[in-house]
Ligand binder design. Structure first.
Ligand SMILES: NC(=O)c1ccc[n+]([C@@H]2O[C@H](COP(=O)([O-])OP(=O)(O)OC[C@H]3O[C@@H](n4cnc5c(N)ncnc54)[C@H](O)[C@@H]3O)[C@@H](O)[C@H]2O)c1
Length: 247
């Protein structure tokens, strides 16, 4: 579905990002994954190459909060492949700080990575996509972007901002043939969720109409659809992949 497309995926070293990198490679894409440290990037690349040495995948570890570092790495991808067809802004951090324990620094830290950093990737990539006549930008939102959560106010706030960014960029960039969408996962079995004890997981599962938590691959499948030409008339959409749990 993505034969010879060039994709940049942030937060690609584990969890949803890693599953998406793998799914894209299986579907013929060339992928550059961004991680936070060389060590985790190398580990992810070794694992992917172990699965299939033919896969065209490489990695980088720019500080996503530094616009110049991100712009440099995006430019290197353009130099290497001549184009960038797909950008997935997936890196993110969650938070469960109670309001009495918040500091403005903590709030800003979550907003910085989950929102501001997305713009650092988007700005240089849009220039490239406009020059080449189009592209696809996808963001990882969250189920809590529409319903909030009981603590950690910065996290749902940041993901609501991701939705706003997605809707607005879709409208602004549509005339340049750049589609912009987001996937809003529900509870998804990444390292963080897998580490929760069974007594915490079981009540959560009861609240999910499909009666299971999501797998990282469920989210990767949604990204695959939105990135592919199958979604050629889909833009400005926040696709919930949450088993209909929206509380
Ligand atoms: N797992 C869930 O239940 C769930 C639900 C809704 C949304 N999400 C969103 O999905 C995305 C991926 O999360 P995940 O569940 O795979 O979590 P994860 O913690 O397994 O992966 C997070 C990824 O983000 C990267 N990252 C974190 N901090 C970074 C930083 N400062 N600089 C650069 N990269 C950084 C990590 O390297 C990692 O690759 C996030 O945006 C998260 O908010 C997850």
């Amino acid at each position: 579905m993505l034969k010879n497309k060039v994709a940049v995926i942030t937060g690609g070293t584990r969890g949803i990002g890693y599953a998406t990198v793998k799914k894209f490679l299986e579907n013929g894409a060339k992928v550059v994954l961004f991680g936070s440290r060389q060590e985790t990037v190398d580990k992810a690349l070794a694992s992917l190459k172990g699965e299939n040495p033919e896969w065209e995948v490489s990695g980088a570890w720019p500080n996503l909060s530094k616009a110049d570092e991100v712009a440099k790495e995006i430019e290197l991808v353009k130099e290497k492949y001549g184009r960038i067809d797909i950008l997935i802004n997936n890196a993110g951090i969650s938070d469960s700080t109670k309001i009495d324990d918040y500091t403005s620094e903590k709030f800003a830290e979550i907003m910085q990575l989950n929102v501001n950093a997305i713009m650092n990737s988007v700005m240089p990539t849009v220039k490239i996509m406009k020059e080449q006549g189009g592209g696809v930008i996808l963001n990882t939102s969250s189920m809590v972007s529409i319903c909030g959560q009981p603590s950690g106010v910065a996290y749902p706030t940041s993901k609501s901002a991701v939705n706003g960014l997605t809707w607005s960029l879709a409208r602004e960039l549509g005339p340049s043939h750049i589609r912009v969408n987001a996937v809003a996962p529900g509870i998804t079995k990444t390292d963080m969720v897998a580490a929760l004890p069974d007594e915490m997981i079981q009540p959560l599962i009861k609240a999910i109409p499909l009666r299971r938590v999501g797998e990282a691959e469920d989210i990767a499948n949604a990204f695959l659809f939105l990135a592919s030409d199958m979604a050629s008339y889909v833009t400005g959409e926040i696709l919930s992949v949450d088993g209909a749990m929206r509380t």
